[in-house]
Write a protein that binds this ligand. Structure first.
Ligand SMILES: [Zn+2]
Length: 266
């Protein structure tokens, strides 16, 4: 089995990439110090060497093909090509679900005004919709008008909140803070579990520095509280995690070492 595919009971998770950007970790974490990163030279190198993902995920569950987040569609982005290469036919996608409404998660909904997943329903977190469509917010970013509003106009969008059952095996799990409606997804099948993290964390270094807020956390205090609670839970359960921005393919577990929690990638 290629390392971008993992099975959880009857559910199949297929890691997808839109880009592997090369950039300093200080872009996401400008308030951190080089001394802190020097404790983790290999994690710093992952940021600088293009190992981190702008990632999406395809999920096969209960006869449905689901895409979690649709990437960025910026310069050099290639999600649709990556899907094709990994055997995912976008015409067969039944459901697109967003962990949150940010440019690197809703970016490939439309290309030149044409929908890229013509047979799908799109599940948008209610609280993110409420936040981003406020009159004084909507025009502060470039992506909501072209990539999100047309979903409503076409009648293919459902707003979801709380613990929403996507399929009998996939349930949304509210993880607010990064955005007001940020939502992770729990996977459960045949006694096996996994957790689709979204942007609860942006780098494995947050396994240890769980307080660190990346620049993009909209409600920093709530994001911190959520991150502590979720990472503690995932560590205690030993749950398999799919992390959208962690090094390719983004599968692993949060594990307790002698002194510190760390990310054990698969
Ligand atoms: Zn993101």
């Amino acid at each position: 089995m290629p390392n971008h595919i993992i099975n959880v009971g009857d559910v199949e998770l297929i890691s997808l990439n839109d880009n592997l950007p090369v950039r300093s970790p200080f872009v996401a974490f400008p308030h951190t110090t080089i001394e802190q990163w020097n404790e983790y030279p290999e994690l710093m190198a992952d940021h600088e060497n293009g190992k981190h993902r702008w990632g999406s995920l395809a999920v096969r569950s209960s006869g449905n093909l689901i895409i979690v987040d649709t990437g960025m569609q910026g310069e050099g982005c290639y999600l649709l090509d990556d899907m094709k290469e990994k055997g995912i036919d976008r015409d067969e996608v039944d459901i697109v679900v967003f962990t949150h409404v940010h440019p690197d998660h809703v970016g490939w909904n439309f290309t030149d005004g044409k929908i890229n997943f013509p047979n799908a329903r799109f599940l948008v977190p209610q609280k993110d919709w409420d936040y981003w469509t406020q009159p004084d917010v909507i025009n502060t970013v470039e992506y909501v008008v072209p990539q999100v509003l047309p979903l409503q106009e076409l009648g293919v969008m459902d707003l979801v909140d709380g613990e929403y059952s996507i399929t009998p095996e996939l349930t949304t799990y509210p993880t607010p803070g990064h955005t007001p409606g940020h939502s992770s997804i729990r996977v459960e099948s045949k006694g096996e579990h996994a957790f689709i993290l979204g942007d609860v964390a942006h780098s494995p270094i947050q396994a240890h520095y769980t307080d660190w807020n990346p620049e993009f956390d909209i409600i920093p205090e709530a994001a911190r509280a959520t991150r502590h609670a979720v990472l503690d839970m995932l560590e205690a359960e030993g749950t398999l995690v799919s992390a959208g921005h962690f090094p390719d393919p983004g599968f692993g577990r949060f594990v307790r070492g002698e002194e510190r929690r760390f990310w054990q990638g698969l």
